[in-house]
Design a protein around this ligand. Structure first.
Ligand code: 3PG
Ligand code: CO
Length: 589
């Protein structure tokens, strides 16, 4: 049925104040010098761990447990917060899993569910998978979005803007390759690619190889009579891919290079650009300054002009919303666009369903409905959510199934603490952890809310910089923030749930199969800026937690999707039957 009413939990009371704390990028790994959580002083998290196995355990946060195609896929904040908030796994990827022999129970289950549901088309799929399916079937070229941009192919240029890597978090190189091929087969005669180099979801320095691969593909297209080239580029954290409106300057730098064809650096080809900027400017892939590719007369080869088509090929939403606004909105005051070309623009997906942004897209986004946040609001739970800008949408937008705004403004309050902008977070590794904790503490003590939900970004945001010393400071700051929140919960007799969305800070080095640091050609360790495959902790406790509550022993492979039902129980409700099972039981004593 479509009822929102949740059944009462047979044993657990209502009315407890619950803090749900998500430590971003906080996994569990063997202790060594590259495990910043181990190196840092984290007395609060250490003390929670002593509650194992009844009140502390690990949950899976990568691969199929969070709906990713394979067990080699590291976790990320989008799928992590989706799973935490929606309480279900976006079953997908069984096709990729099938040829690998190790079918554990969960994989087998996902596979069987996939088979059963496939024809009914009722499988919930993550955005990456929906793009894969649309490309593989060719349906992408029959859709409304592609037909819309195709109108420009006769006279205009097709511009493709996005993250160039195989990280699989925001985009994937193989999807870009298919899109290039498919677009040319479907009428695009002139193509310009505007690349954003990664080094954050993949190793720093890998951009060189990705550019080489792309250049080969473009050369093949040219042999087939398509005028295809890279037109501009820049590092993802400095050009275009800002999120949650932290720093419009980032998007402006992208606009200048991609649309206006203007940038401080000009090169004849992208490979030279990336290599030179890395060496001479000592910047890494994430922060390469913007550059444009110019012809022999010094003229930019691919500014965006009237009559062109533009596609942003990232599937993940958070870092595409701002560029989508700049490309789509007629009224726009975030920076001076100087020249606003009349283009046909489509996103790979629609990035924001509430804003209907962009209005044209190549693939329909996943529908994540009936999330725990929406259920709880219907059942009288007043919610407070808070983080700083760079993770604000994670505990709101992603948590609520990629939906912006409130379900019911009279029941919810979402507070964003402005992040520092224009810096890399190793410079300020404490970030706004203290401020977030204080806001949460005040919300708890006000007794105006039943659930207080926060994201503490430090482990992740500083971990992504690859700066080990700063990441240690970051972990300590996050731990101190947890302490403030737990103290407030203690005061009001509440309950806490402390967990994480995926690993990052607990492992900062690339390792070989036996777990030893893998050295590069010159014998150096390779810093791991990306997330990991590690499980994450979940701790429950607080004076309000009923004495008999403990982790069940029969959910050994529990993952982030099991957390929603657990939290619903602690609020005094039974989770909907299609939710992943709860992690807890109540024993009489
Ligand atoms: C980013 O966007 O910063 C990274 O690609 C992924 O990090 P997140 O999933 O933790 O946001
Ligand atoms: Co991250």
């Amino acid at each position: 049925g479509s009822s929102w009413k949740l059944e009462d939990h047979p044993k657990l009371p209502k009315g407890k104040t619950i803090a749900v704390v998500v430590l971003d990028g906080w996994g569990e790994a063997n202790p060594d010098q590259y495990n910043c959580i181990h190196v840092a002083q984290t007395p609060t998290m250490d003390s929670l761990k002593k509650g194992a196995p009844e009140r502390w355990r690990l949950v899976r946060a990568h691969g199929t447990a969070v709906g990713l195609p394979t067990e080699d896929d590291m976790g990320n904040s989008e799928v992590g917060h989706n799973a935490l908030g929606a309480g279900r796994i976006y079953a997908q990827g069984y096709k990729c899993i099938l040829p690998t022999v190790q079918l554990d129970t969960r994989t087998l289950q996902a596979f069987l569910v996939g088979l059963i549901n496939f024809d009914k088309n009722s499988l919930l799929k993550t955005s990456a998978k929906l793009v894969d399916l649309a490309l593989a079937s060719g349906k992408i070229y029959e859709g409304e979005g592609f037909k819309y941009i195709k109108e420009c192919f006769d006279k205009g240029t097709l511009h493709l803007i996005g993250l160039l890597s195989d990280g699989g978090v925001h985009s994937r190189l193989d999807q870009l390759q298919l899109l290039l091929k498919g677009s040319s087969e479907n009428g695009a005669k002139r193509i310009r690619v505007h690349i954003l180099t990664d080094g954050r979801d993949v190793l720093d320095g890998s951009s060189v190889g990705f550019v080489e691969t792309l250049e080969k593909d473009l050369a093949n297209l040219r042999e087939n009579g398509i005028d295809a080239q890279i037109a501009s580029g820049g590092g993802r954290m400095y050009v275009t891919m800002d999120r949650y409106e932290n720093d419009w300057g980032v998007v402006k730098r992208g606009w200048d290079a991609q649309v206006l064809g203007e940038a401080p650096h000009k090169f004849r080809n992208a490979l030279e650009a990336v290599k030179t900027l890395r060496q001479e400017h000592k910047t890494n892939d994430q922060y390469l300054p913007p550059f444009v590719i110019v012809d022999e007369n010094g003229k930019a080869v691919g500014p965006i002009v009237d009559g062109d088509a533009v596609v942003t090929f990232n599937f993940r939403a958070d870092r595409m919303v701002m560029i989508a606004k700049s490309l789509e909105y007629e009224n726009f005051d975030k920076f001076d666009r100087v020249r606003v070309p009349k283009i046909r623009y489509a996103g790979m997906l629609q990035y924001d369903g509430e804003l209907k942004l962009p209005s044209h897209y190549l693939v329909s986004p996943p529908e994540i409905e009936r999330t725990s946040g929406e259920y709880l609001v219907h059942n009288g739970i007043r919610t407070f959510a808070c983080s700083e800008t760079v993770k604000f949408g994670h505990v709101t937008f992603f948590w609520n199934g990629n939906r912006s705004g409130y379900f019911n403004p009279s029941m919810e309050e979402y507070v964003e603490i402005p992040s520092d902008s224009g810096i890399t977070f190793n410079v300020q590794p404490k970030m706004k952890a203290l401020e977030i904790a204080e806001k949460a503490r005040d919300a708890i003590l006000s007794r105006k809310f039943d659930q207080i939900r926060v994201n503490l970004p430090n482990g992740d945001m500083v971990g992504h910089t690859g700066d080990i010393e700063a990441t240690v400071v970051a972990c300590k700051a996050a731990d101190e923030a947890v302490k403030i929140i737990l103290d407030a919960i203690e005061q009001v007799g509440g309950i806490y749930v402390v967990t994480a969305d995926h690993g990052n800070a607990e492992d900062m080095v690339k390792r070989n199969k036996s777990g030893k640091p893998e050295l590069d050609k010159s014998g150096n360790i390779q810093i791991l800026t990306s997330h990991t495959l590690q499980p994450v902790p979940i701790a429950i406790g607080g004076p309000g937690l009923a004495a008999g509550v403990r982790y069940r022993k029969d959910v050994p492979d529990g993952g982030l999707a099991n957390v929603a039902a657990t939290v619903m129980n602690l609020h005094g409700f039974v989770a909907p039957s299609d939710y992943e099972t709860t992690l807890i039981e109540v024993v009489d004593n």
